[in-house]
Design a protein around this ligand. Structure first.
Ligand SMILES: [Zn+2]
Length: 307
């Protein structure tokens, strides 16, 4: 246990192997946590079985280990926490912050955001298909650890699903319930999740009551993109990282993060090939202020670039 009170986390989905974009998020969240004397937890976000790849969760954990990461406590698996999400949904329903929706995709075709059709009840002739969070109107804002002051209008996001039509829990609800239960104080993650943050802040406030845990601080990292400007992800066929050159790949994302790669100790550890010691040096050197605010185009990291 650390005395700083900082609790960070890395939360991959087992939809494929760890790629360079997820390595960047892991390095940044690890260094930010350790730099501040904090804990760093790993949570497996395995709530979307249709998208999951058998064996990927173990593969990701083994890869993290071979890159020198060590985490605090047991790895939490979302798939074992359905009752917690059920409890949160019931609480939101009882406080009027969640409602059943009977709209199909076709019903909502052409609508940029959910128009609020079922807020006052499901129209006759329709069946409940999913549960939505009542976002309503107003502003969600926060001081991002990397991007500075950010603001989203609730009506531009619309009431969003928290229990999906296919019966699976939506990401937004599960993440907030887990972050609350795990005492997460700092969320450092990719900017591709930027518009999830105002939704999650709204859920936090709805679940919080007077005595709830404090809402975490959020910091959003630059996203790595391929030659087509698409975020490197499993969907865009990003190549998996390779543990045989762990230090080179850590050094690569370290530079992408704008950090000081010319430090003498850093260079020595690179040459020696000690991934864990390299990460530890990274935590000492880490500076949020150096992290770029723009996405970073890369060549050669997506399979399509290699073809
Ligand atoms: Zn509806």
């Amino acid at each position: 246990m650390s005395g700083s009170g900082y609790v960070g986390r890395f939360a991959p989905s087992p939809t494929g192997r760890l790629h360079i974009g997820s390595l960047l998020a892991a390095v940044a969240s690890w260094c930010d946590a350790r730099h501040h004397g904090g804990q760093w937890l790993v949570r497996m976000e395995d709530l979307d079985p249709p998208r999951e790849v058998p064996g990927a969760a173990d593969d990701i954990l083994r890869t993290l280990e071979s890159f020198g990461f060590e985490w605090d406590g047991e790895t939490v698996k979302q798939s074992l926490r359905h009752e917690k999400y059920e409890d949160a949904l019931k609480f939101l329903q009882s406080s009027g912050m969640a409602f059943g929706c009977g709209c199909s995709r076709r019903d909502l075709q052409g609508a940029a955001v959910y128009p609020g059709t079922c807020r006052g009840g499901i129209p006759s002739g329709k069946q409940e298909r999913l549960q939505r969070f009542l976002l309503g109107k107003g502003v969600e804002s926060w001081n991002d650890l990397i991007l500075g002051r950010l603001e989203f209008r609730r009506e531009e996001l619309g009431d969003f699903p928290i229990l999906r039509a296919d019966g699976f829990w939506a990401y937004q609800l599960a993440v907030v319930v887990d972050d609350r239960d795990q005492g997460i104080t700092h969320v450092v993650r990719g900017s591709d999740l930027l518009d999830s943050t105002p939704r999650q802040l709204a859920i936090w406030k709805a679940l919080q009551g007077d005595m709830g845990p404090e809402i975490p601080e959020y910091g959003h990292l630059p996203v790595l993109t391929n030659s087509l400007g698409q975020k490197l992800s499993k969907q865009t066929m990003a190549r998996a990282v390779d543990a045989s050159s762990a230090c080179e790949q850590i050094d690569f994302v370290w530079r992408c993060l704008g950090q000081n790669a010319e430090d003498e100790a850093w260079r020595d550890l690179m040459k020696a090939g000690h991934a864990h010691d390299l990460l530890r040096r990274g935590a000492e050197l880490w500076s949020r202020n150096r992290v770029p605010r723009q996405s970073i185009p890369l060549q050669g990291w997506a399979q399509e670039d290699a073809v």
